[in-house]
Ligand binder design. Structure first.
Ligand code: SF4
Length: 317
């Protein structure tokens, strides 16, 4: 069987990762590559395992996204939503099962679901947290799933013609961005996009965390706008984009328009980040990159939730 090739591609989250710590980007994109192979060396195997770990925020956020995706499907099919207590119980059951699995089995050899190898907090040491610290995160996820039922979005998508629901977190979208003559695949996961009754296209991103500052999501949403115009033929002027804070204020419509200049600025920033990453990579087509070419962050704060500290003696202290 031919081996997978680690060819270069980009996404908003990879850009954020590189901007926070180029070395951590290396661990995620190159150091862990091939760690699933039988003949992988022990260090690569361990880096791969660590890379597969989740943390309590990503883990609960993932399940909220999954649950909301199924609820959108339910609405699309014209079926009633399950009662909030049922949604809550189902989500809690998943959390309990995976939490127990993660705490019991840190081997990463028997994932309870594809891609879930355990929680970083269960690695112990600096990552360990008190039992009481799990509760607020789980409660927030449960509030988020209830929040969907109260969100401003629900009445908007109920009864929409099928063709007006343009994206619902079911597949990874990819568009090519030209960077100095190289066509770089840019991956996007769009939580929800639909043509509203007024004719605008709403592009939404579910958030389970606390609302941050205005503009926090500009880069992410700007890339979505670039994608919708270039790949789906929807002019930037027709788009309204924004986050939906499911656990905090799901009833508040926070979509905004973006100007063509703002989109171009975001795309230029993405190009600049891609150039910077590529300047560190030896062979982007074959996935060859040396660790020492990816500098460590200068901010110890960036290391607080990094699973690779054990393999990173150069980290700031
Ligand atoms: S431990 Fe710190 S410096 Fe090292 S890869 Fe992680 S975030 Fe970067």
């Amino acid at each position: 069987m031919s081996r997978l090739v680690n060819a270069f591609s980009y996404s908003h989250s990879r850009g954020e990762l590189f901007r926070s710590c180029p070395r951590r980007y290396w661990f995620v994109r190159y150091g862990s590559w091939g760690g699933w192979e039988r003949d992988a060396d022990p260090e690569t195997r361990e880096i791969y395992r660590l890379n597969k770990l989740s943390n309590r925020y990503l883990w609960t956020g993932h399940h909220v996204h999954e649950a909301v995706r199924l609820l959108v499907e339910t609405v699309r099919e014209g079926r009633p939503l399950p009662p909030p207590e049922t949604l809550r119980e189902e989500l809690l059951a998943v959390f309990r099962r995976e939490f127990a699995h993660s705490r019991k089995d840190r081997s990463g050899l028997n994932p309870v679901r594809k891609g879930f190898f355990g929680l970083l907090e269960h690695e112990g040491g600096a990552f360990a947290i008190d039992d009481a610290e799990w509760k607020p995160t789980v409660e927030r996820a449960l509030s988020a799933i209830e929040g969907f039922s109260r969100s401003w979005v629900l009445p908007e998508i109920a009864g929409l013609p099928p063709g007006d629901l343009l994206d619902r977190d079911t597949e990874l979208r990819t568009a090519l961005l030209s960077v100095d003559g190289r066509a770089v695949p840019v991956h996007l996961k769009i939580d929800l996009a639909f043509r509203s009754r007024s004719g605008d296209v709403c592009v939404l991103d579910w958030k389970t965390g606390r609302p941050g500052k205005a503009g926090d999501h500009d880069r992410q949403l700007g890339l979505y706008a670039w994608y919708f115009e270039g790949e789906r033929g929807i002019p930037v002027e027709s788009l309204r984009l924004g986050p939906v804070y499911l656990a905090y204020r799901p009833d508040r419509r926070e979509t905004v328009t973006v100007s063509r200049e703002e989109v171009e600025k975001v795309v230029e920033e993405a190009r600049a980040t891609i150039r910077e990453i590529l300047s560190c990579v030896d062979d982007p087509d074959r996935g060859v990159a040396r660790k020492e070419r990816f500098p460590v962050t200068l901010r110890p704060f960036d290391c607080r939730d990094c699973p690779f500290t054990r393999f990173c003696p150069d980290r700031p202290r």
